[in-house]
Write a protein that binds this ligand. Sequence first.
Ligand SMILES: C[S@@+](CC[C@H](N)C(=O)[O-])C[C@H]1O[C@@H](n2cnc3c(N)ncnc32)[C@H](O)[C@@H]1O
Length: 421
Amino acid sequence: MQIIPLLYLIVFPLLWLLSFINATFKKYSINVLSTFNLLVWMYAVYSIKIVMDIAQFFYSLKGSESDSQFLQLVSTEFLLKQCLKVILPFFFLVPSCRKNLLFSLLVLGSFCWSMDWSLPDWSALFFTIPYCFSLFSATYALLWLLKEHPSQKVAYMYNPFQLAVKYIRYYVTAINGKGHGVHSPFVFDLIVKVLNDQQNHPAYQNIEPIRQDLLSNHQPITIEDFGAGSRVKQSPVRKIATIANSSLKPKKFSQLLFRLVNYFKPATIVELGTSLGITSAYLAAANNNAKVITMEGSTAVAEIAQSNFNRLNLHNIKLVTGNFDYTLSQTLNDINNIDFAFIDGNHRYEPTVRYFNQILSKSSQHTLIILDDIHWSEEMEGAWEEVKNHPAVTLTIDLFFIGLVFLRKEQQQKEHFVIRF
Ligand SMILES: C[S@@+](CC[C@H](N)C(=O)[O-])C[C@H]1O[C@@H](n2cnc3c(N)ncnc32)[C@H](O)[C@@H]1O
């Protein structure tokens, strides 16, 4: 009995069972990624087996035959079968091939032929079906992981030229920032009282010196790479100044967040992406009665954020450290209702939409959800579109660098504003 098909037969149903548990009972937090990782391992085992088969074949011929006989023995059929074993699983990754029944059967048939599995051997079928299935899944997982690898992430963002073109288009087409022509009283008030509020609030003077300190701090720290959150290619050791320079929301938008909290007076605020704590500090300083729950994956970065909160005497912030993929659902379990959320981390399509939906599950019609960097990349623009089209969303305001999402029931007809800010 072949050990590898047997291994597949045991591991494969187990993996799918785990995925099922993960999807159904999310609290167990068995991450799909670990399933994918295991599948990739299986793919590696499979590849090693093919290489070993080839090596063993050549070894068995060596010495026993003359050179010409040796070459004859390396039959075309053998080589063809080895090639098919490697290539065929990839055919199933092309949706149009996968959906074509005849083609799928052809691929499966060729695969069985390359593996020397014959139909009359019914007992082999018992192993063959899950083996093929897991192999194709493993191939898919491998490609998926390669695409998800951190080195690939930076490439997804628009280049500075594309961003500039997009910004110019936004600037030219956006509604005048003074609110002229805006008929919605809610949006008009927001523009006049919040977007255009030029007051110099005392909190600004407390927080901005901390940003300056961070920008001039050249101490290196070791950080974990979490998501596509920075415009700069990630390196595990980075200077605090570099992080401050590339990751923090500029003064203009941090202070807008302050004014939004000041205006709407949310009781519970959730922030995804603390970094060094500047926006969290603004959110907390805007309303001492609000509870700010901010989340950060990188421990070293979170420690600096916490020291900044202490320095600012902000005691209404709870800092949660860990990957949002795990911490968000755990944190949301302890919250009844979110009034204000700022999603500023892991700027990819799938996680952004997922975090949005998770936050939505704890939202009311008075909740304001803010998405950062909505035009940062094709994926983020896709996520922004998805959010705009969500049935619960009734009003959105695109300020190019951030997007405001309202769920107000009074808003009878969905409206999407693009406002110059
Ligand atoms: C753009 S920064 C946040 C900046 C901050 N809001 C500010 O402007 O002051 C995004 C942060 O999110 C964190 N992050 C990204 N993806 C994450 C994930 N999946 N889990 C936990 N943290 C993550 C990164 O480590 C990074 O520090």
